[in-house]
Every structure is written in structure tokens, then in C-alpha cells.
Design a protein around this ligand. Structure first.
Ligand SMILES: Cc1cc2nc3c(=O)[nH]c(=O)nc-3n(C[C@H](O)[C@H](O)[C@H](O)COP(=O)(O)O)c2cc1C
Length: 371
């Protein structure tokens, strides 16, 4: 019912306004709602779907359900208090950068409804690590698992070591506090200005090893996931995984980030041709994400925990990623198009699918295609 009202009444109104304004409105409202117990109680009663079959422990973290909010929606930690009440099982804030960056020139967001996709041109908008940590400190309640995504400040670097130093400094700050259950290292934002002139980059094994070597000097004491590129060939992705395999504290990968290639067959041609500067989420990311999950799971099985991310709109979409090898999933675009009730719907559908396949718990379904 709530989903129907969102799609038929609320969304058509919201979609008349610029996407950037609506995103900001969501963050402000979410921030305010998060302080009101009565609103949270109401949301709990309408949005949350609970089922024992969805509970699992992954990397020693307890998840009530596998559906998380991906990095990029709550980049400044506004939604920490409200998010559990709309049914998410976990929550990544960020991507946060060491220095503040006000974001690329507007518009930073756009909509491609026929392609079920969003145009993203934020370029790591962030208030900077210190301000964001300060905000988390003021908010964190015992709640769903919370993680922070760290990326490099969007500026020009002379050499990769400077970029590595920037990321290192953010992690240094994050490791001083105990607010997070896990970390994400985002090496794959496709709309940064700072990479074209660099000899080594994070998308080649040499540059990637420089980054991980440096981070080894820190005591990364919580699970760390690497947010991977979507549009790499399988061999290139496996080469990066092989580098990560040398570092025990790299616990997993998130497959994956945004689509850059406008010839991706899942776009509505007219829509994508008239889109402005930026990269794309949603359905055009789904197939590539699923392929990477498959190949990395087949090769590494339990060595890496896989998070499936890209184009999830339904429980069937999420379950496909799980059966290919993802222990957990994340999403943004499905929620924007279907409304917040989609999280509960996905969980409900997942529980039905898992039971239908005869499993006692979601963890038994992980990678079932290849076991
Ligand atoms: C508005 C928006 C901003 C994003 N910003 C980030 C980001 O800062 N860091 C990141 O790792 N991924 C970012 N992403 C990518 C998402 O985390 C996710 O990988 C991608 O959107 C695919 O998932 P979806 O189809 O469920 O949206 C962003 C996506 C969107 C839609």
C-alpha cells in the first residue's frame, strides 16, 4: 500500500523537482525524523520486515537482514538514526574524503526513469573526514551495522603516493574512533578529476599494491571491503583481487560502482544520449555486477566476502546476487524509484525464495549456483 502511494502519488510530485533538491530534502527530513521516537515507531511498524531466516553473522558482524544502503546516498551521515526504521539491515555512510569538497558543479544528479537509472556527477562531495566523524559521534546509537566509505579527496595529485597519503590520513582518523563495524575503501569512483595524469592508478595491480602496502602500516581492525570498478574485464578484476589476497585485513569486495559506458545495452538510447555529464547507477549496472560476483566467488569462495550491488529492485534481483556468491547486498537506485517500502518488500520476497529452496538460513543460499 505504502509502495503504491509512493509510486503513484509521492514520486510523480518529487520527480517534478530537480533530483539534487529532492536528495537534499530527503537528507534533511531523514535527519529530523531520526530524532523523533514517535515517527521512528511508526516507520518501524510500516516498513520493517523481520524473519529469522534472514539473520546471519558475516565477518563476526550480526545482520538482521542482508539489504544495506550503499555509499553515495548518505554521504554526510544524516540518516544514521532513521535508517534502521525503514528496514535496512546495514548502512554505509560516505564516500567521505580527507578534505572537504563541495561537489562538482550542479546538476550532480539526474534521472533516467526508462532505464531505471540515476545520473551521478558528485565527484565525492564531502564535508571532510573530521566534520563527518564529529557528526557520527553525536548520533551513533546501538543499531544496525554501520560502515564508512573512504575515498581520495577530489583534487589534482602529482603522483599516486600523494593520493595514497590522502586516503591513509582519513583511515588514521577513522581508526582513532570506535564508531564503525566495517570500512569501505572506494577505489572506483568514475568521476574524479585527479587520475588522468597519474602514471599508476588504483585500477592497475601496481598502483593498487602501492595503496594497500601503505595502509598495511595501520592496524585495520575491522573488516574492510573494497568497492570495485564495474566495467573492468574479468581478468583485470581478478588481477586486483590477487593483489588484495596478500593482505589479510582485506575481507571482501563490493561489486560494484557506476557505469560509465553509454553504449551499455540496458539504457534507453534517447534517455542516455540526452543525459549530462556523469555516470550511471541502477539497471544498467546489474548484469556486469552479477558477472563479477560470479567470477570472483568461483575463484575465491570464502576467502573474500562479496557484497552484491547494482540494479537491485526486487527480492529476485537480490537473490540472484546471493546465489552467485554475495553474502550481503546494497542498493540506492531501487529505493529512489520504488520508495522506502521496497526494502521490506525485498526482504519479504527473499525470505519466501529462501524457504522455497529449502534452506534454513540465508547463508546456505550464498553461492549456491557454484557449490
Ligand atoms: C547518487 C549516487 C551517489 C553515489 N556515490 C557513491 C559514492 O560516493 N561512493 C561509492 O562507493 N559509490 C557511490 N555510488 C554508487 C552506489 O554505491 C552503487 O554502487 C551504484 O549506485 C549501484 O547500485 P544501485 O543500482 O542500487 O544504485 C553512488 C550512486 C548513486 C546513485
Amino acid at each position: 500500500m505504502i509502495g503504491f502511494i509512493y509510486r503513484k502519488i509521492i514520486k510523480p510530485i518529487l520527480f517534478k523537482f530537480p533530483a539534487d533538491d529532492i536528495h537534499n530534502l530527503f537528507l534533511k527530513t531523514g535527519n529530523i525524523f531520526g530524532r523523533e521516537n514517535i515517527i521512528k515507531k511508526f516507520f518501524n511498524s510500516v516498513f520493517i520486515y523481520k524473519d529469522e531466516i534472514l539473520k546471519q553473522k558475516v565477518l563476526d558482524i550480526s545482520f538482521l537482514n542482508p539489504v544495506g544502503l550503499a555509499a553515495g546516498f548518505d554521504y554526510d551521515a544524516d540518516l544514521i538514526d532513521i535508517l534502521p526504521s525503514i528496514g535496512f539491515g546495514w548502512h554505509t555512510i560516505g564516500t567521505v574524503t580527507y578534505l572537504p569538497y563541495e561537489g562538482n558543479p550542479l546538476p550532480m544528479l539526474g534521472r533516467l526513469p526508462k532505464s531505471k537509472s540515476l545520473l551521478v556527477n558528485k565527484g565525492f562531495k564531502s564535508r571532510g573526514i573530521d566534520k563527518v566523524l564529529e557528526k557520527v559521534r553525536s548520533k551513533r546509537k546501538e543499531s544496525i551495522p554501520l560502515g564508512i566509505s573512504i575515498g581520495s579527496t577530489n583534487r589534482v595529485y602529482k603522483k599516486i603516493e600523494d593520493m595514497v597519503e590522502d586516503i591513509y590520513s582519513s583511515f588514521e582518523r577513522v581508526l582513532r574512533v570506535d564508531y564503525f563495524d566495517y570500512y569501505e575503501l572506494n577505489i572506483s569512483c568514475p568521476n574524479l578529476i585527479n587520475v588522468d595524469n597519474l602514471k599508476e592508478k588504483f585500477d592497475d595491480p601496481v598502483g593498487f599494491a602501492i595503496l594497500l602496502n601503505k595502509l598495511s602500516y595501520l592496524n585495520i581492525n575491522k573488516p574492510l571491503f573494497i568497492k570495485m570498478y564495474l566495467e573492468k574485464e574479468v581478468e583485470e578484476t581478478l588481477a586486483l583481487c590477487e593483489v588484495a589476497n596478500n593482505y589479510k585485513w582485506v575481507k571482501g569486495f563490493i561489486f560494484a560502482n557506476l557505469v560509465k559506458d553509454r553504449s551499455n545495452k540496458n539504457f534507453d538510447r534517447q534517455e542516455v544520449e540526452s543525459a549530462g555529464r556523469g555516470n550511471f547507477s541502477g539497471k544498467p549496472t546489474e548484469e556486469l555486477s552479477n558477472n563479477l560476483i560470479t567470477e570472483v566467488y568461483k575463484k575465491y569462495k570464502d576467502r573474500f566476502t562479496i557484497v552484491g550491488c547494482g540494479g537491485i529492485f526486487t527480492g529476485v534481483d537480490a537473490y540472484e546476487k546471493i546465489k552467485r556468491g554475495a553474502s550481503l547486498v546494497q542498493m540506492i537506485t531501487g529505493m529512489v524509484y520504488e520508495g522506502p517500502s521496497v526494502i521490506g518488500n525485498i526482504n519479504k520476497e527473499l525470505a519466501v525464495l529462501i524457504k522455497k529452496d529449502g534452506y534454513q538460513n540465508i547463508s546456505e543460499a550464498v553461492g549456491k549456483y557454484y557449490r
